[in-house]
Design a protein around this ligand. Sequence first.
Ligand SMILES: [Zn+2]
Ligand SMILES: [Zn+2]
Ligand SMILES: [Zn+2]
Ligand SMILES: [Zn+2]
Ligand SMILES: [Zn+2]
Ligand SMILES: [Zn+2]
Length: 490
Amino acid sequence: MTSPADLEAFVRRYFERRSAPLREEEPGVFRASLPESLRPAFDGADAIRISFDPGAAASAPRVDLVAVGSYLLDRIVEDATRAGWHTVARVEAPPTPPADVVAGSIRPKNATVAVDASSTETVPHLLFNFRVRMMSDERVDRFESVLVDSRTGKERRPAASLFEERPGLPEDGTVDGAGIAAAYRSACQALEGRIAADATAFREQAEALRKAEVERITSYFDRSVNEVLDSRASGASEARALELDRERRLAEAEEKYRFAGEVELCNVRTVLLDVMHADVTLEHRGARRTVRVEFDAATLDVPPLRCEVCGASTREPVLCFGGHLAGPECVSACGFCDRVHCRTCIAVEGAIAPCATCRRPACPDHAEVCALSRKPYCPDHIHACAICGRTVGPEYVARCVSCEQAYCVVCVAPPAERCQTCRSLAVAPPDDPAVAAIRRRDPGLAKVTKWRRASNQRFTVLIAKGLVWNQLLVTDPSGTVVLQKKVLGT
Ligand SMILES: [Zn+2]
Ligand SMILES: [Zn+2]
Ligand SMILES: [Zn+2]
Ligand SMILES: [Zn+2]
Ligand SMILES: [Zn+2]
Ligand SMILES: [Zn+2]
């Protein structure tokens, strides 16, 4: 603060922020309302008269001169310092257990959360408080605070609690000058990012208003000049006057809507902030994953985890059965169990595949690949052939015209479209266990002595020979007759 102009600007800003703007009572003499904190130094007075001009201070009664080394300036600097510049505050870890903090912030959709280990570290931060002013025909003032971790230079969200009055701690070189400069650059970058969009919008609005105003002025004067020229003989000089008037009005409009922005660093505060680290384990029947999280004592907010597929942040991560953490947007779940996989697992190993018939997703436990088409099918659409054991999709299933059961197309062969089992019927003695069971149950067949039979993994096909008609019976593994019909021949 070397030049008198800087000094005056500083003092004016101080009063604007701490009490009220200076009011000029007579040329060069201002009335300053004292903030509460300065009153004791001035015998309790709530306002004093000040001047920046030694001449004015000397000629007017009861005026304090504001100059380097003056009593008033020293008190103002002292007060400004207490209010922010260079103070050191400490925010300690609260008694809340880290597990509770984590549980409140990370809520996995499909896994339990456990905090394995945690530690606390006191990290110097710098809190930069800026005043941002944007001006055109209107003026917008806002305050922006940027908290920077002096170790990493990264921005951290400032909590309201950082702005509470706290006892200042003695400065003990917690942050060195170089650290402050680096942090300041980070803070400026963060600030720029925060206000850029608003500043652009503000500027565009002012520009639109300026254009409208210029158009209005131009068309108004064009009309007026033409009217004057048309109606009067002496119109030329009047028109010139109007043109001068127009130039003036246009210049005024330019001035009124000119955009100006300024950013002022109001103060910097060192905050010794406790930062907690915790190892958080997410677990379910298929996978277990530990991640390290960090949060600070002021916000107690664990930053959301990042989806390992797309990078989006998520408070409700899904633990993939391949061990990845992903957002709900990047996972697919099996339609038949709780198995979930992320897009990476699906792309690399085809972990979840849609059924070729119904499109329902199925995990490796629930998807079967058709032996003939190599397409995946869900349990509802895969068919295991009872003759050869192949699993096939619906397009490779065929029904035998004789026993009417469904097998794979390989086992039901043209020309007769009969299955392998029906084509291998062989004579069976009347005491064959399957034959005997039918004869006991059905009195109509009890007397039949000529039988033929064949079995596969699931069905037994029996033919009872009659005089004209034969009876064909199919039984399942429990011996239940699933089909009985009259046939000619076998
Ligand atoms: Zn994602
Ligand atoms: Zn499954
Ligand atoms: Zn995965
Ligand atoms: Zn299906
Ligand atoms: Zn088969
Ligand atoms: Zn058959």
